[in-house]
Design a protein around this ligand. Structure first.
Ligand code: GLV
Length: 384
């Protein structure tokens, strides 16, 4: 054989407290769920697990819609599903751009020949409903894409009322809730959201790789009447048959990963036991406490207006003279806490610190604030 077998050797994996913008650590019960048996994608237990997941997703998105399921893939698969099923080539997508995920939506949409209008604002703030209405009124797009919580900037967008505005002009509202779901209030039906996707590795404290999505009745109608072809893997009509959204169809589309099915089911079970209200309250309280501690350090919030700050991810600028990578390395090596540098608009401008899911506790907030204080002191001394 010309290619010899590789020598794949085991290596030690150091576990840290994951306090970047995601992934975050797993709930212990989710870790356990990952080791449940691999089952056939045709057996009763499998379809029972999918049913449980659909019920859980309806709860976390707060929707009565039946077109609710999970896509096999990271949050990006949810984005691609939502965009490609609802906006055809030559139709117009208005992208409200304030961070890297909106850039990604742009990248996805351009590959499918969708016409794109981008409305940009400063990255450390959020949109007013009035400015969004002005854009929708002028361009009359098929859909508006907007990110609820943005992990690249640490902002949270007000969405209440936006659905009504979109519908006034025949526009669908598409929302990314990857880093907000479970950590920040979100109400799909009450806010008139037509399509939403999320992911598991953020405030749900699960592994990445399976992404909840939901479509409103208005979106379902649009899909039914669409003439354009969607990618097979993300075809929501076929996936709805696999997930039994409209009866017991049990269609085989692709083989889902059973560990991820069990893990998502457990994430949703955890959140249902805690309840959304308590989870939102816990995230708000923990982050408030972290921000109070941070205010005593020589750090600056990247997002000046506290009302625009996201409860799950905080973006913090270092004082002059400090290097972002040095601080991140110090915090990881000395304190075993992983935090992230900025990404996209915040690259070299901020740290990104996520306190979410299982990690949203006062003890983690204190450990982080202590680690940052220590890093600022140690690194300034070493640079003198
Ligand atoms: C990934 O989701 C990130 O925010 O870096």
């Amino acid at each position: 054989m010309s290619i010899p077998p590789p020598n794949i050797v085991d290596f030690e994996i150091k576990e840290t407290l994951l306090c970047g913008p995601g992934p975050c650590n797993l709930w212990p019960s989710v870790r356990e769920a990952l080791t449940k048996p691999i089952i056939s994608p045709l057996c009763d237990e499998y379809f029972k697990a999918l049913d449980d997941i659909r019920t859980g997703i309806k709860y976390v998105f707060q929707t009565k819609s039946n077109l609710v399921l999970a896509i096999s893939g990271s949050g990006h698969s949810g984005m691609e599903t939502v965009i490609t099923n609802l906006v055809g080539p030559e139709e117009t997508l208005l992208i409200a751009n304030r961070g890297i995920w909106d850039e990604r939506a742009y990248n996805v949409a351009t590959r499918y020949g969708i016409k794109i209008i981008v409305h940009r604002i400063a990255h450390n703030t959020t949109f007013t409903l009035e400015e969004l209405e002005r854009q929708i009124e002028v361009y009359r797009p098929t859909a508006l894409f907007i990110t609820h919580g943005d992990s690249s900037t640490g902002t949270v967008q007000k969405l209440e009322g936006l659905g009504d505005i979109c519908h006034k002009y025949g526009t669908l509202l598409l929302v990314d809730t990857v880093v907000s779901l479970g950590g920040v209030p979100f109400f799909m039906d009450a806010w008139g959201v037509d399509a939403v996707y999320s992911s598991t590795q953020k405030a749900l404290s699960g592994p990445a790789g399976i992404s909840p999505v939901a479509f409103s009745a208005r979106a379902a109608e649009k899909i039914k009447n669409s003439k354009h072809k969607t990618p097979f893997y993300f075809d929501i009509t076929l996936l709805a048959e696999q997930w039994n959204c409209y009866g017991n169809t049990r269609y085989y589309h692709h083989t889902l990963s059973p560990p991820l099915v069990w893990a998502l089911r457990e994430c949703l079970r955890q959140l249902s036991i805690e309840t959304l209200e308590k989870s939102w309250e816990r995230h708000a309280k923990t982050t408030r406490h972290f921000h109070e501690r941070v205010q005593r350090l020589p750090l600056e919030f990247f997002v000046p207006n506290p009302e625009h700050r996201l409860a799950t991810v905080t973006t913090l600028a270092l004082p002059k003279g400090y290097n972002y990578d040095d601080v991140i390395k110090y915090v990881e090596e000395k304190h075993k806490i992983t935090i992230f540098p900025g990404r996209g608009p915040t690259a070299d401008k901020s740290l990104r610190i996520g306190i979410m899911g299982v990690n949203s506790t006062g003890a983690v907030a204190d450990a982080l604030a202590d680690a940052l204080a220590d890093a600022l002191q140690a690194l300034v001394k070493s640079s003198l």
